[in-house]
Design a protein around this ligand. Structure first.
Ligand SMILES: C[S@@+](CC[C@H](N)C(=O)[O-])C[C@H]1O[C@@H](n2cnc3c(N)ncnc32)[C@H](O)[C@@H]1O
Length: 282
């Protein structure tokens, strides 16, 4: 019978080729099976795994060694310190999207009963983070994937924000909304087809392409559509918050100017590229 210490050493060794953080990955996978946190593991490292636990752990290690992202193996991901259920139909929430939420909050704090429209809700991470920070906020969140909306609803329930958010199956690219909102927020698909072909295996072979790829040309299909066609859904002094791709800021800047928006705030990630923007109507 393998104990935890040996299981972790073995797991980390098997993940050396497929992961840059083999030991960490092995720990997270084992924690999800034992329902423990990583600190707990140190205290119980001499404890033996049961046959079932060992079998499950080894199957997780094999999946990870085939580049499957940890979030799909454990079926969850933390976002804004909240647990999100994830499955293969749903994009794994990313840290840069937490930055987008963070930038947005300061613009909403003084509004009495703010309203928002989340375009491409996915797991629900953005809507849930907003509703957990601003108690009287109300939002509509749309996606065109029924399976994603099902997972999203579970996440709204689990995080106690179901009453704040109406989920709708709708196409972002066919705007039928007539209401006006204080916030339009979106992390839309923004990759070019070519970028997806060259992307790392763990994304290319596992994350749903339709959540990431916008078009063949410049990746701007959704961003362009949103900036152009949702302008009338923004209240006076309302804000548009968008996550954008690498090297898209210049073109997005032109689009904002063209459709009479003023940039209020932007955020550069580590590589100094602007990836999150906040704008308002002129
Ligand atoms: C980049 S993901 C963002 C998901 C989530 N908001 C997040 O930040 O993790 C884009 C989302 O838009 C949805 N989507 C793609 N095309 C769409 C369309 N034409 N209409 C509605 N939703 C769409 C996808 O299903 C996916 O959930």
């Amino acid at each position: 019978m393998k104990n935890i210490k040996i299981a972790l050493e073995l797991g980390a060794k098997k993940l050396k080729k497929s992961s840059s953080t083999p030991r960490l990955d092995a720990e997270i996978l084992l924690c999800s099976i034992l329902n423990k946190n990583r600190l707990d593991l140190i205290n119980i490292e001499n404890k033996a795994l049961t046959n079932d636990q060992n079998q499950k752990y080894m199957s997780f290690i094999i999946r990870r060694s085939n580049f499957e992202p940890i979030a799909y193996i454990t079926k969850q991901k933390e976002f804004w310190s909240k647990k999100m259920h994830i499955n293969k139909n749903t994009l794994i929430p990313r840290p840069e999207t937490e930055v987008l939420v963070d930038m947005t909050l300061s613009f909403l704090k003084n509004k009495k009963r703010p309203t928002f429209l989340d375009l491409g809700v996915g797991s629900g991470c953005i809507s849930i983070a907003l509703a957990s920070e601003i108690k009287n906020i109300k939002g509509i969140a749309i996606d065109n994937c029924s399976k994603t909306l099902k997972i999203c609803k579970q996440n709204l329930i689990q995080n106690n924000v179901l009453s704040n958010i109406i989920l709708k199956k709708k196409d972002i690219l066919n705007n039928k909304f007539t209401q006006k909102f204080d916030l339009l927020i979106s992390n839309p698909p923004y990759l070019r087809e070519r970028e997806f072909i060259n992307i790392c295996k763990s994304i290319k072979y596992f994350e749903p392409k339709n959540t990431l790829v916008a078009d063949r040309y410049d990746g701007l299909k959704y961003l362009h559509f949103i900036i152009k066609n949702y302008r009338n859904n923004l209240k006076k002094n309302g804000i548009l918050a968008l996550e954008i791709g690498n090297y898209q800021f210049k073109k997005v800047g032109f689009l904002l100017q063209n459709y009479r928006f003023r940039l209020l705030k932007s955020f550069n990630l580590i590589n100094n590229d602007i990836r999150c923007i906040i704008a308002t109507k002129i």
